[in-house]
Design a protein around this ligand. Structure first.
Ligand SMILES: Nc1ncnc2c1ncn2[C@@H]1O[C@H](COP(=O)(O)OP(=O)(O)OP(=O)(O)O)[C@@H](O)[C@H]1O
Ligand SMILES: Nc1ccn([C@H]2C[C@H](O)[C@@H](COP(=O)(O)O)O2)c(=O)n1
Length: 245
């Protein structure tokens, strides 16, 4: 943090939170990181926590419907989020699993265990712990509705399932993986359905969220739209004034 930003940060009693919720591939993670970098805020990728728990369950032979077993695993989950030249490095029980947790298989397992109320409750405190000065940008499905209902700015980022599948397809090809667009679209639709239809903390925009459809918008245009909303948010004003000066 630069020395001249210190008085701005000292004025904040409770660290401000910006939430970015939305379905898989809507661009939440990309926008959350870009925005956090601009503001010098921390980042919470809450989906990564569900993915880490799903992977740990797989490694320890805990079934995705074993709620009690998953709750215990969540309570003792040994994870670290480390910074690797500006990129998050995810360590599970001492092993770098940054890439391993990004497969569609782990994503689908994460979506299944995320429907269990005990699992969500067990991960709540870990998510709250990310709220530190100078502030936090949190992305997920229920950041604005359940985890940080008092967030000063709530964005719900969406896009058509087709556009999201296309983005994921390109991302996989860029990383050198084999990919099948039709299969990705099917996975995305199945995940949307599970994430929106579950009884507890379903994915939906908070009543006070700004809904942004990025189907026809590039990353830079989405970032500018979010920044425009952030500039109008009173508790973030001092940060933007500082950045502009
Ligand atoms: N507006 C956009 N236009 C085109 N591509 C985009 C846009 N936003 C994000 N992308 C690309 O789409 C891919 C998925 O983005 P990202 O990982 O940020 O989505 P996400 O919502 O966080 O997904 P998940 O919930 O599955 O983690 C990335 O390759 C990213 O560069
Ligand atoms: N706040 C959150 C974040 C994630 N999940 C679940 C549902 C998702 O399908 C899965 C993986 O998330 P992703 O990494 O794709 O963002 O985890 C959730 O229920 N609540």
């Amino acid at each position: 943090m630069s020395a001249d930003l210190e008085p701005v940060v000292r004025e904040q009693q409770i660290p401000p939170v910006i939430t970015i919720d939305g379905p898989s591939g809507s661009g939440k993670g990309t926008i959350a990181h870009r925005l956090a970098l601009k503001l010098g805020f921390h980042v919470l990728d809450s989906g990564a926590l569900y993915r880490l728990l799903a992977l740990a369950a797989q490694q320890h032979g805990v079934q995705t419907d074993n709620e009690k077993g998953l709750e215990v695993l969540a309570a003792y989950l040994d994870v670290q989020f480390e910074d690797n030249n500006g990129e998050a490095m995810l360590i599970l029980e001492g092993e770098d699993v940054t890439q391993t947790i990004r497969t569609e298989e782990v994503g689908a397992a994460a979506s299944r265990i995320a429907a269990l109320p005990g699992v969500r409750a067990a991960l709540l405190q870990r998510q709250h712990a990310f709220r530190e000065l100078p502030g936090l940008v949190a992305d997920g499905r229920d950041m604005g509705t359940v985890v940080f209902p008092d967030a000063c700015l709530k964005i719900f980022l969406t896009a058509s399932a087709e556009a999201r599948a296309e983005r994921r397809y390109k991302q996989l090809l860029q990383k050198g993986f084999d990919a099948n667009l039709a299969a990705i679209l099917e996975d995305i639709r199945a995940r949307d359905l599970r994430d929106t239809q579950r009884a507890v903390a379903p994915m939906k925009p908070a009543a006070d969220a700004i809904v942004l459809d990025s189907t026809a918008l590039g990353i830079e245009a989405v970032l500018q739209a979010v920044i425009a909303s952030a500039c109008k948010t009173p508790s973030l004003r001092a940060f933007w004034d500082h950045l502009g000066s």
